[in-house]
Write a protein that binds this ligand. Structure first.
Ligand SMILES: Cc1cc2nc3c(=O)[nH]c(=O)nc-3n(C[C@H](O)[C@H](O)[C@H](O)COP(=O)(O)O)c2cc1C
Length: 182
């Protein structure tokens, strides 16, 4: 089985997960920006990962027509975000964001959810401002209306929090190798 792993990563967490996955699958691993260098006809499995920003997934949008164009290929998409991925509601929200980006092609990709990093020291001004607005908005909400991980988001504001976990790629790797029906 020949696999290709592509990632779109702004601060490196999706890139790190992509390299871990690429090592496990003995796959070529590259930035999604280099998409044009690759011919999907040369691969059996294409894995694409992307960090999510305010529900936006740009690589997913670009991938969608290719998924339709290669009906005999297997596709895996992994979303990297700061949300607690054990929480079903969070997964549903992120899946809905992905479906919005991909349209009907989403049904042809197997989706996995991995947890990344928030590091304010590395963030660009635009992202810092977005996070400031989000935290202000959350702080004004009554306690009972707050989303589950809002407390954590507020408490870690301005600092660094990392949930990078190599073990969390295991279900994806098993699925990619055809070892599990998950
Ligand atoms: C401005 C901003 C918006 C974000 N929006 C989301 C989001 O909607 N959902 C989520 O789970 N994580 C969100 N995150 C967290 C990122 O997805 C997380 O930092 C991820 O590790 C980024 O991956 P990357 O470093 O590969 O780009 C956001 C982060 C920033 C800075």
């Amino acid at each position: 089985m020949k696999s290709l792993v592509l990632y779109r990563s702004q601060y490196g967490s999706t890139e790190q997960y992509a390299h871990w996955i690429g090592e496990e699958l003995a796959a070529e691993t590259d930035s999604f920006d280099n998409l044009k260098k690759y011919d999907f006809d040369d691969y059996d499995l294409i894995v694409v990962g992307e960090g999510v920003y305010a529900g936006q997934m740009k690589a997913a949008k670009r991938l969608a027509p290719l998924v339709e164009q290669y009906p005999d290929k297997r596709f895996i998409f992994f979303i990297v975000g700061i949300a607690d991925m054990e929480d079903q509601e969070n997964r549903e929200k992120l899946y809905a964001d992905l479906a919005k980006a991909m349209g009907p092609a989403v049904e042809r990709v197997k989706v996995f959810f991995l947890r990344g990093v928030l590091d304010y020291a590395k963030m660009g001004l635009k992202h810092k401002t977005m996070m400031w607005l989000l935290v202000k908005y959350l702080q004004r909400k009554p306690e009972e209306e707050l989303p589950k991980d809002a407390d954590q988001l507020i408490a870690t504001y301005g600092g660094r929090v990392s949930f990078m976990d190599k073990n969390s790629i295991e279900p994806l790797v098993r699925y990619a190798k055809g070892e599990s029906a998950e």
